[in-house]
Design a protein around this ligand. Sequence first.
Ligand SMILES: Cc1cc2nc3c(=O)[nH]c(=O)nc-3n(C[C@H](O)[C@H](O)[C@H](O)COP(=O)(O)OP(=O)(O)OC[C@H]3O[C@@H](n4cnc5c(N)ncnc54)[C@H](O)[C@@H]3O)c2cc1C
Length: 504
Amino acid sequence: MSIGPLHVVWFKRDLRLADHAPLAQAAARGPVLPLWIVEPELWRQQDASARQYRVVAEAAAELRADLAALGQPLVVRVGDAVEVLEGIRTRFGIADLWAHQETTGGFGFARDRRVRAWARAQSIPFAEPRQNGAIRALPSRDGWAKRFEAFVRAPTVPPPRTLAPLGIEAGRIPDERDLGLAPDPCPGLARGGRRAALALLASFLAGRATTYRRAMSSPLSGWEACSRLSQHFATGALSIREAWQAAQAARHTAPAPLREGIDSFLTRLAWHSHFIQKLETEPDLEHRALHPAYEGLRTEGAGTERFDRWAKGETGWPFLDACMRCLIETGWLNFRARAMLVSVATMHLWLDWRAVGLHLARLFADYEPGIHWSQVQMQSGTTGVNTIRMYSPLKQSEDQDPEGRFIRRWVPELAHLPSPAIHRPWEFGVRGYPAPIGDAHALAAIARERLWGVRRGAGYRAAAAAIQARHGSRRSGLKQVGSRRPRRPAIDQPIDQPVLDLEA
Ligand SMILES: Cc1cc2nc3c(=O)[nH]c(=O)nc-3n(C[C@H](O)[C@H](O)[C@H](O)COP(=O)(O)OP(=O)(O)OC[C@H]3O[C@@H](n4cnc5c(N)ncnc54)[C@H](O)[C@@H]3O)c2cc1C
């Protein structure tokens, strides 16, 4: 039976039907092959993990069912993207290829270049519409926020009503063992897929956002108060535009405290794309310090005692250990706790930000390379343009978990301790829990001196100014898009802000 040539929709990190321009465009042209390629090589990368794959596979399984309801289930193939596409071309013929533009790590960038070259060589038109605010080949950051707003305001794209069945083998969705992924039990991992995403969005906008602003900073209250949509944005089960428009619609009828929470959420949706834009503009961001003066400053990573104790949550600093253990068990943490994990690792413990970032990437179920590597560099002070903030593991403990409830939950060895002893068990002769890895104040002071030393180097400021021009948000830019509230400050501090913000 001849069914081709086909309009191939290559699903990547956009595992949904709704607001999916490639699917809608392809379906308007003829028979669609909805394709998901599981690339073993991608899952062998150092930043990949079984927990990430589990969430992606759950989203793909739901998408398969949703596509089947339209007439043609998701077709799954395992292998190299070019080889899979070439196999489809030789068997059925490909009229055109559709995929969302993806901003991702080195493997993905290189694979997309190979696919583009292959499509060109085969004279197959390959269209890659955007799915977030990141713009390819952006000449300047000027006007970026306006373009983001235009993007999220554009109508969402409705899914096709039906798809013609192709009658080809759908293929099984492999599990993590098939891919040889290292065992990664994560008992508290949230479920992936569109249904979970919509339920979280609905509960957040209907009420959870009321406490968002004041509760987001603590990992204890953040679990309920934050949207927890990040893993769904990472798999594409929900689009940024869908979330933005739902939030805009909800804020009009929301009572004041809820509306304020939703407004903060809207700001963060812009941050999502703002940070991804950095990696889109500078794909080397995951490997190289943004400001060259910080390159090679810290070299120690996995295999050293300091790294291994940090990575397991055994530093002897209870709140830090609780955050790491929570992340290991659930795959999620609030922003401040993530920032503290990086800050302490790269400053107090003076570890290489790349090793730190890779470990966390594997633990984050919502791993989004553009946000992740920009943030890892920011929190380890290598960008040259942001205020360097050193989070004290002891002050954060007292501020964010004053009664020690979060510590008791995740560090059961300390569950018997009252507060304030639980924040400093070493002062109370507690057994069965490690002695602190060092004196946090003294370590912070050493790090501060070292970082100041870098800033005194010749040419530092000129390089920083160039980075600000290339990547920094514009003052008038990332205000709270679409709200009537006063402008919020731009997210990147200009270079003349105080450089060291010490909590130690
Ligand atoms: C070192 C470090 C690494 C990080 N790595 C990731 C990552 O791999 N993937 C990821 O999605 N987020 C990352 N973040 C940003 C942030 O911590 C998470 O987006 C947030 O905690 C996810 O929870 P949520 O969905 O409930 O967020 P909410 O607070 O509900 O925010 C809604 C959405 O806004 C975006 N957002 C929120 N905060 C930020 C921020 N500071 N920067 C950019 N976008 C933001 C996210 O898409 C998030 O889902 C990282 C932060 C740090 C400090």
